[in-house]
Design a protein around this ligand. Structure first.
Ligand code: M6R
Length: 359
């Protein structure tokens, strides 16, 4: 039931702080250490490489997860789009472990890969929001997202839940492998900070409504740019906008723009820069200046620690590896209000179904 909300999507965006708290409650003990099935941890520890396989928004969550696994657990991690992996399997490492990210647990493209993985007798984990779903039944292990039902076609809380759970799992694996960085990473505190930061953002709905009206409602196209984790979020926020508002949106690695795509920048093309990583903040700012000099209207989404006076949206500072959990929220709200102000059916965009059960 969507209660007083006009659309499920807004309700689901609003639920994200509680989803963060719920995951901490389910998967962390009082000391803040992960509580993860020991067989699953042993299987992960035995792997020489992780393969994260997913589609759409879940693939974007995987891009963030890979950074967490590499940084906290020092395990090389590849992320693949399931429909590609299924018929073009890359050369695998000696001891691969597969992680399927799927909100619904029913995505046919991802299932096709799991069937192949099972035939090859490799261990696997499905991270899903739906207990007893097909991919959860067919994988070796399952972890549930506990996000509550996600009804809107555009995925929001499942994305942030997938990232948060991967952070917990990466810490667990890092600790099992005695990685000092994993012990130092206080995931409980980080999730509490993220929950508060998300709450502050969703409390500013009017800001995003106004911004959507001013900059996105009448544009035929737009760009989201960033580097590293900010690039990963730019892919996700662009997908959100395309999917429900039908504005052509592209998520782009900000350094790559000048290698061709910058030709598309015209007067008033909105370019949204995501800046949360200290080592690339200056570079993305230069890329924004380049497009601004060609007439683009720039919007910035920046963490407190890296903010300047004229930034558009300032996010509270959290561990740099956790920033996607906050930087995605403005993108979700901008997409929501663009769709709403266009008078579209936010929850049921054209041509799309909630779970994609054909290949
Ligand atoms: O249920 P899944 O997570 O496997 O679904 C994957 C994609 O179909 C899904 O994330 C899709 O991209 C969303 N509609 C995006 O908002």
């Amino acid at each position: 039931d969507k209660g007083t909300y006009p659309f499920y999507m807004l309700k689901e965006i609003d639920e994200q702080p509680n989803v963060m708290r719920k995951l901490a409650q389910v998967y962390l003990n009082d000391a803040g250490d992960p509580v993860i099935n020991t067989d699953l941890l042993a299987a992960l520890k035995a792997a020489d490489r992780l393969y994260v396989v997913a589609a759409g928004t879940s693939y974007h969550a995987g891009l963030v997860g890979a950074k967490l696994f590499e940084s906290l657990a020092s395990v090389p991690t590849e992320v693949h789009v399931s429909s590609e992996f299924a018929y073009n399997q890359p050369l695998l490492s000696e001891k691969p472990f597969f992680i399927f990210l799927t909100q619904s647990g029913e995505t046919a493209d991802s299932r096709e890969v799991l069937l192949n993985v099972n035939e090859q007798k490799f261990p696997s984990l499905t991270i899903t929001n739906v207990p007893n779903s097909t991919l959860s039944r067919e994988a070796t292990y399952t972890l549930l997202l506990h996000a509550g039902p996600e009804i809107a076609v555009a995925s929001t809380k499942a994305y942030t839940a997938q990232i948060a759970l991967q952070a917990i799992l990466a810490k667990a694996l890092g600790q099992a492998k005695q990685q000092s960085g994993a012990n130092a990473f206080d995931v409980k505190q980080q999730l509490a900070l993220v929950a508060n930061g998300m709450q502050a953002l969703v409390d500013e709905k009017d800001t995003f409504d106004q911004l959507a009206k001013a900059d996105l409602l009448h544009t035929p196209n737009t760009f989201y740019i960033g580097r590293g984790l900010d690039y990963a979020v730019s892919l996700e926020t662009a997908l959100k906008l395309k999917e429900i508002s039908y504005v052509q949106a592209e998520g782009f690695a900000s350094g790559e723009l000048k290698h061709g795509t910058i030709a598309l920048i015209e007067k008033d093309t909105p370019v949204i820069g995501i800046i949360t990583q200290a080592n690339t903040a200056g570079l993305t700012r230069s890329n924004l200046q380049e497009v601004s000099a060609r007439g683009a209207k720039t919007i910035t989404i920046v963490t407190d620690a890296l903010a300047k006076n004229d930034d558009t949206i300032v996010l509270p500072t959290v561990d740099e590896r956790m920033t996607p959990l906050l930087s995605v929220v403005p993108g979700q709200l901008l997409a929501y209000y663009t769709s709403l102000n266009k008078g579209l059916d936010v929850d049921k965009p054209r041509n799309l179904a909630k779970s994609v059960t054909v290949e």
